[in-house]
Design a protein around this ligand. Structure first.
Ligand code: FES
Ligand SMILES: [Fe+2]
Length: 371
């Protein structure tokens, strides 16, 4: 049976979510807990979008490859012999075995561990030994190697970030990224140097809760009272469908050391690209990989725009701070997930029209893409 949005969350819950009201509701709990809803997202949202999938700096040399999961599918990102970044379905064309299962350098070819079919870094099938008989080069009559290369996936690299579009039909990448680029105008991201990456492993929360939490400023002063010093009154939301988020311009002069007190921008591209800018010279990017309705893998890369290499042991200090800030957010997102087991959460809770309008727009986008 083909899944439909209505059959997954129910016509009534959908109607209540969409009914105009001065104080809007959030998405019903099933949007965060249901396997069917997650399957629908993996059919309709992720394949049709530009999904953030990996980091260019992890593909530094020809042959470097990173297996990733996008829309529940195994993909492979790699750097080819000519220095280009490519994405493929990470599946051998013989018996559809997952080809590469850990990051590393593949040398000049990708060899399947099962029957040694071998592919070039351009994805072309170079060898299918003994496939047609007892001779190493024997192939069955009518078998055309050119038809059995790795299946490519449309990809784009922007600064340190690799995006993929599974169905090949999303608008041009430039168009997709333009609203975020516009908000970063005046900032020279080409000076960006990677300082550190934090692997958080799995967070026991739906990917949308992590996104929603990032784009609302309401919680910052409460959840991050020890790690930040950015008053709520100095915040505002960025409520533009092409680039959702929030921002803060701190009004006072005095800054506390070792907490986040800088003017900041918390910006996203739908569905899963997350960029934090901490003025004047720090950038952070989250890679969120949805694994199941209640499980999301998260990594954070930290960058500096300061030309000095790691000024004053900055990488270490920032990694300590960000580990703590994320820990605070994860604890909250996991409790948001747990709350969605309650019948009360079927109604979706409610959203502040001032501080969570960006969240509502994000949720509208989810529903729009699932129809
Ligand atoms: S499955 Fe890859 S060579 Fe057989
Ligand atoms: Fe937070």
């Amino acid at each position: 049976m083909e899944l439909s949005l209505q059959s997954v969350i129910g016509a009534r819950a959908l109607g209540e979510f969409e009914a105009p009201a001065p104080v809007a509701r959030g998405l019903p709990a099933a949007a965060y807990t249901s396997e069917a809803f997650f399957a629908l997202e993996n059919e309709r949202i992720f394949p049709a979008s530009w999904v953030f999938a990996g980091f260019v700096h992890e593909l530094a040399r020809p042959g470097d490859a990173v297996p990733v999961t996008v829309a529940g599918r195994p993909l492979l990102l790699l750097r080819d012999a000519a220095g280009g970044i490519r994405a493929f379905h990470n599946v051998c064309r013989h018996r559809c075995l997952k080809l590469v299962d850990r990051p590393g350098n593949l040398g000049r070819a990708i060899r399947c561990p099962y029957h040694a079919w071998t592919y070039g870094l351009d994805g072309g099938l170079r060898a299918a030994p003994y496939f047609g008989g007892r001779e190493p080069r024997a192939v069955p009559a009518g078998f055309d190697r050119a038809q059995h290369g790795l299946v490519p996936v449309r990809s784009a690299a922007w600064h340190d970030w690799v995006f993929v579009n599974l169905d090949g039909a999303a608008p041009p990448f430039e168009e997709f990224a333009a609203p975020l680029r516009k908000r970063l105008e005046g900032l020279d991201l080409s000076r960006m140097q990677h300082l550190a990456t934090i692997d958080f492993g799995e967070v026991a929360a739906n990917w949308k809760l992590l996104m929603e939490n990032f784009i609302e400023p309401y919680h910052v002063q409460f959840v991050h009272s020890r790690t930040t010093d950015q008053p709520l009154a100095d915040h505002y939301t960025v409520n533009e469908a092409g680039c959702l988020g929030c921002a803060v311009d701190v009004s006072r002069e005095a800054r506390k050391p070792d907490v986040l007190s800088e003017d900041s921008r918390f910006l996203t591209l739908f569905p899963n690209f997350v960029l934090g800018l901490y003025l004047p010279d720090q950038v952070g990017v989250h890679l969120d990989t949805p694994l199941a309705p209640g499980r999301t893998l998260q990594r954070r890369a930290i960058y500096s725009l300061d030309p000095a290499p790691d000024p004053n042991g900055r990488a270490k200090r920032l990694a300590v701070l960000w580990r703590e800030v994320h820990r605070e957010d994860h604890a909250i997102c996991e409790r948001l997930q747990q709350g969605r087991a309650s019948d009360v959460a079927a109604g979706g809770g409610i959203l502040s029209p001032v501080w969570e309008d960006s969240v509502r727009t994000f949720q509208n986008l989810v529903i729009e893409r699932l129809r």
